[in-house]
Design a protein around this ligand. Structure first.
Ligand code: C5P
Length: 333
């Protein structure tokens, strides 16, 4: 029996990087949003043992380093099941990064494996196993609009933002996430040092404080957004139009832009091109290189794609995906 699962992508609506932790990871505060672009994952189980990954795209590893491989290993152990598992990844998402493709593939594989084996892991175990494989896997066990904290693996469902038209731009550039985090550390250290001159130890402490201050700002903006409808507070500008756009206007930024754009000026140009093409808000997703723009309508997004492709960018129109749409479409292949 082969189970087919859609593996939807995500974008980050703002990403604030906090302090580097003792375990080497960074505290994060981000809003993840699932989108309608997806890969297809086919999972089948057979008698025997072993995990086989098949993918026509040579850039996708077929060994133990593949997130799908790693999650199946853990899931089989947790389920106390033995099987030969074959996973076929039908890649439709760009592999340039920023859309969480590999992470989404792993979670879809887990969901497909459960169906194929007719066995389920308790939800707590699913979140644990997902977080062990990577920081941005657990969000795909929630879907829709999701708050991510900790190293990004602690996830909380937010009130779903309505479906919004968007354009995804995929420059042919690979950005290393660990290197982007390291560049961020260097930048914060340099800022702290320049501001505080002689006392580098003190400046390191200030770096940490700056990180958390910035995170508190986003946290406050989110609190306002989420409590508005219950507290009777006057509604913010733009809420009637689209809460998502109101949220991004509240000052949501992706900190990675500060280190990734100077390194890859092409990506900054891509963001500007999205804005010129009519995006109400444009941003790098994760550490990139994928960029996205939010548009007032599907028609506006489609026109923008024609314009951007004519300028030489690789662009495609899609939309955000609510939690309900995410779960209703995930197995509906
Ligand atoms: O968890 P994940 O495998 O996605 O992380 C990849 C790398 O990105 C980590 O090894 C770490 O270098 C960096 N990272 C980080 N802080 C985070 C998430 C990832 O420094 N919150």
């Amino acid at each position: 029996m082969t189970v087919t699962v859609r593996s939807f992508a995500k974008i980050n609506l703002g990403l604030h990087i906090g302090a580097r932790r003792a375990d080497g990871f960074h505290d994060l505060l981000t809003v993840y949003q699932t989108i309608a672009l997806h890969d297809l994952i086919h999972v089948s189980v057979h008698r025997g043992s072993g995990i086989e990954i098949r993918c026509a795209d040579a850039r996708v590893p077929a060994d133990q380093s593949n997130t799908c491989f790693r999650i199946v290993e853990r899931a089989l152990a947790a389920l106390r099941a033995q099987a030969r598992v074959v996973i076929e990844i039908e890649k439709r998402l760009p592999v340039q990064g920023g859309l969480g493709g590999a992470s989404a593939n792993a979670v879809s594989t887990l969901l497909g494996l459960e169906r194929a084996l007719k066995k389920s892991l308790p939800l707590m175990d699913k979140f644990r196993v997902a977080a062990e494989v990577g920081s941005d896997l657990p969000l795909f066990l929630v879907g829709g609009t999701v708050l991510g904290v900790g190293r990004g693996e602690q996830v909380y469902p937010l009130e779903d933002l309505p479906r919004t038209a968007m354009v995804v731009l995929t420059p042919d550039i690979g950005v290393s996430t660990p290197k982007a985090f390291a560049a961020w550390d260097q930048l914060r250290l340099k800022d702290g040092f320049e501001n505080n001159g002689e006392q580098q130890v003190r400046s390191t402490k200030l770096t940490v404080a700056m990180g958390s201050d910035r995170m508190k700002e986003l946290s406050r903006a989110l609190s306002v957004r989420l409590s508005e409808q219950y507290s009777g507070a006057p509604r913010g500008r733009g809420r009637a139009e689209n809460p998502l756009l109101a949220l991004v206007r509240a000052g949501i930024e992706n900190d990675f832009e500060q280190v990734v754009f100077p390194e890859y000026p092409e990506l900054c140009k891509g963001k500007q091109a999205l804005v010129r093409a009519g995006a109400k808000y444009a941003s790098l997703s994760g550490s990139g290189s994928t960029l996205y723009g939010l548009f007032p309508s599907r028609a506006a997004a489609t026109i923008a794609v024609v314009k951007l492709n004519a300028e030489g960018w690789t662009a495609r129109a899609t939309s955000t995906l609510t939690r309900r749409a995410y779960w209703s479409r995930i197995f509906d292949c």
